[in-house]
Write a protein that binds this ligand. Sequence first.
Ligand SMILES: Cc1ncc(COP(=O)(O)O)c(C=O)c1O
Length: 399
Amino acid sequence: MIENLKKRFPVFEKNKNLVFFDTAASALKVDSMIKAVNECYSYEYSNIHRGIYELSSKLTKRYEDSRLSISKFINSPSSENIIFTKSATEGINLVSYCLSDNYFHDGDEVLLTTLEHHSNLVPWHLVSKKIKIITAKLKSTGELDYADLLDKINSKTKLIAITHMSNVTGSITNFDEIKIKAKKFNVPILIDGCQYVPHKKLDIKELDPDFYVFSAHKLYGPSGLGILYMKSKWIDRLGPYQGGGSMIKNVNTDSSTYMNGFQKFEAGTPPIAEVIGLSASLNFINEVGIDKIFEYENKLTRYAYNQMKKNNDIKIYGDFSNQTSIISFNIYGIHFNDLAMLLDKKNIAIRTGHHCAQPFMKNFKISGNARMSVGIYNTTSDIDYLINSIEEAKTILQS
Ligand SMILES: Cc1ncc(COP(=O)(O)O)c(C=O)c1O
């Protein structure tokens, strides 16, 4: 029963009244993941890949087995397509740097959208001496304008980089037509799946992107670990990204040669305990079932949405036909930060501000909004408490 999963999250033992609605920023941590990381550091730790001794070889195997579980979780063709980074942000920076180094030509166009997180904007700005950034518009509801986006794909487009699920509105991108048009012009696609993967089944073979990124900390897993899926043809063509230990074949004082495959992108001692921790949190998600998680969270979000929608003072961003797990809103006459402070006094954690999506906020001529986002530890009574508390906040702040 998903309703009973709160007890798997130790944070609630010390914060019994906490009502946590900021999972989109980072999810709370599940006990089995904490145990796996703790045991790794306590009893199993040594550096991996290079040690001949047993401690190192055992941990190397666990680490590479974890790569395999992560690969299976997204139905990747092979664990060799999984590259570990320190964050999803680093994954996109890696791709933008490597494409700029060995793919883009002056004046090539990269197509982004106004819905993107800064992590899928700024890495492209950093290489914008070479490329021209084109941005797809939003509709007045805050949804992606697919007609505009499709219209902007042409022979100059050399990459399309889009979120799979918006961290502001929770709306899920439909890639069907984008893929058809991209194929016509032979344009690779990068997908930012940070918000999608924790909530909905990802079948990477079916979706078939060239690059896909997500982060462990939004999957009830540890911080400090991002996952970059890269198609084999790009692994062969691109890189390296950073230089150092682990990614080399042969080093002289004045030159070096590099590993092939994902290894050439993983310089230095990797996030060992974090990878093992993520594998434990994915086991937890698999035990519960990602489809059940989606159904449960979707029911909760719709329950919240229907109640908020009754209130004419609340403006919700996005049209909600294709949204899940996130509701971002403003209340007439109330600053979002005042709302968050009052809710905090009632142990409710919501997020306010621009959510690292300033172009979205600028599009609506606002400096920010309030965002509630659900995880598997939330319940309908959490939602009722939030809705009642918003009503109380309105009485206090609007008078
Ligand atoms: C849609 C989206 N993309 C990218 C990121 C960046 O993820 P990270 O901070 O783990 O690198 C986030 C984090 O909030 C996000 O929501």
